[in-house]
Design a protein around this ligand. Structure first.
Ligand SMILES: Nc1ncnc2c1ncn2[C@@H]1O[C@H](COP(=O)(O)OP(=O)(O)OP(=O)(O)O)[C@@H](O)[C@H]1O
Ligand SMILES: [Mg+2]
Length: 344
C-alpha cells in the first residue's frame, strides 16, 4: 500500500496531464506541477472558465458554448475544449471532471493537451487520402492501358494486316473488298477513340455545363445498355464550379454503371435540382437492390467509396439507400455557399 501510494504520488507529480483537486465550484485544494505550468502559460481562471475558453466540442459543433460540459460540471465525461495561450494561440485540450467526494464537494479536473494527438490524426488522414488517390489513379491507368491495348491497338493491328495483304492481291474484287474492310475497321477504331475521349472528360462538361453533359451521357448510355433514363431537371444552362460539375457527372456515371451492371432494370430516374441551400442529385432504380451493411462487391468495390469521397471533399452529404428487391437510391446534397462563396 505504502509503495503503491508512493508510486501514485510520483505519477501525479511527473505526468504531463494537468490535475486539479477542486473544492466547491473552483477553489484549488492542490494541483500537480503540470497543472501549475498550465496556469503559468494559459489564460485560465477556474472561477469562470467561460471567460477564457474558446468553446468546447459537442456532437453538433466543433466550438460551441451551448450546454458546456465544463460549466455543467458533467461528472465522468471527457470532452474537448480550447484554451488561450497567454501569447495568443488557441490550443485544444481534452477535459474530464470527476466528483470524488460528494459530501465535501471535492472533485478532480484533468486537462490534457491534444495538439500532438490531433497532428498525428491529421497526418494519418492525409496519408490515407493520398494512398487512396494514388490507388484510384493507378486503377484508372490500368483500365486505360487495357482499353488501349485490347481495343484500339487490336483494331489498328487488324487494319495493318489487311493493308499488308493488299500488296499481294491481283484481283480487283479482292482489292476492293479489302479496302472496304479497312474502311469499316478504321471507322470503328475512330469511334472507339471518340468514345474514350468523351468518357475521359466530355468537352460538353466544360463548355456547356452539367445539364448538357448529362443529357449527352444518358443518350450514349441508353444506346449502349438499352436502359431508359428519365431525367428530371430544371437546371438547363445553369453553371456550377468545375469541381461540383465534375463530381455530379462522375457520381451519376458510377451510379448508372452500377445500375446497368447489377440492378436488372429497364429504366432509371435521375433528378437534379437546386434548393435555397443545396444542389441535390438523386438517382433511383427499382431493381434487385442489395444490403449496404453487408455485401460482397462483385467488381473491385471502389465505386461507392469513390462517390462518397468525391461528395465529402466538397462538404456534401452522400447517402445510399438500398434493400434486397427494393431498388437502390443514391442521394447527393452539396451545400450552396452564400453569394461570392464556392458553389454559387
Ligand atoms: N444499383 C445497384 N443495384 C444492385 N446492386 C448494386 C447497385 N449498386 C451497387 N450494387 C452492389 O454494391 C457493390 C459495390 O458497388 P461498387 O460500385 O462500390 O463496386 P463495383 O461496382 O463492384 O466495382 P467498381 O465500381 O469498383 O468497378 C456491387 O458489387 C453490387 O453488388
Ligand atoms: Mg461500381
Amino acid at each position: 500500500m505504502e509503495i503503491t501510494s508512493e508510486l501514485f504520488r510520483k505519477a501525479y507529480e511527473q505526468m504531463s496531464d494537468a490535475v486539479f483537486l477542486l473544492q466547491g465550484k473552483s477553489e484549488i485544494i492542490t494541483s500537480n506541477p503540470a497543472a501549475n505550468r498550465l496556469l503559468d502559460q494559459y489564460e485560465v481562471n477556474l472561477d469562470d472558465f467561460c471567460t477564457f475558453c474558446n468553446g468546447y466540442t459537442s456532437n453538433f459543433e466543433e466550438r460551441t458554448c451551448l450546454g458546456c460540459s465544463l460549466r455543467k460540471r458533467v461528472d465522468n465525461e471527457s470532452f474537448q475544449l480550447f484554451l488561450n495561450l497567454k501569447v495568443g494561440k488557441n490550443i485544444p485540450f481534452s477535459a474530464s471532471y470527476t466528483l470524488i467526494d460528494e459530501k465535501a464537494g471535492i472533485s478532480v479536473l484533468i486537462l490534457r493537451n491534444l495538439t500532438q494527438q490531433q497532428h498525428t490524426e491529421q497526418l494519418l488522414k492525409q496519408k490515407t487520402m493520398t494512398e487512396y488517390v494514388i490507388n484510384a489513379q493507378e486503377n484508372e491507368r490500368k483500365r486505360l492501358s487495357r482499353e488501349l491495348h485490347d481495343g484500339l491497338a487490336q483494331g489498328l493491328f487488324s487494319t495493318l494486316i489487311e493493308l499488308r495483304k493488299i500488296k499481294y492481291m491481283t484481283k480487283k474484287e479482292d482489292y476492293e473488298s479489302s479496302l472496304s474492310e479497312m474502311d469499316s475497321m478504321l471507322a470503328t477504331t475512330l469511334e472507339d477513340i471518340r468514345n474514350m475521349a468523351i468518357e475521359l472528360r466530355p468537352s460538353s462538361l466544360d463548355d456547356l455545363g452539367i445539364f448538357a453533359a448529362l443529357k449527352a451521357y444518358f443518350k450514349r448510355y441508353e444506346q449502349l445498355f438499352g436502359i431508359h433514363v428519365v431525367f428530371v431537371s430544371e437546371l438547363y444552362g445553369t453553371r456550377f464550379p468545375a469541381s461540383v460539375e465534375t463530381m455530379l457527372y462522375r457520381v451519376t456515371q458510377e451510379a448508372l454503371t452500377n445500375a446497368a451492371k447489377y440492378a436488372d432494370v429497364g429504366e432509371i430516374e435521375v433528378y437534379l435540382f437546386k434548393t435555397k441551400q443545396s444542389i441535390v442529385l438523386e438517382i433511383n432504380d427499382q431493381g434487385i437492390g442489395f444490403s449496404p451493411d453487408h455485401f460482397t462487391a462483385q467488381g473491385s468495390g471502389l465505386g461507392l467509396l469513390n462517390m462518397k469521397e468525391r461528395v465529402e471533399l466538397l462538404n456534401g452529404d452522400f447517402e445510399l439507400r438500398s434493400e434486397p428487391q427494393q431498388g437502390t437510391k443514391v442521394l447527393v446534397r452539396i451545400p450552396i455557399e452564400p453569394k461570392g462563396g464556392r458553389t454559387t
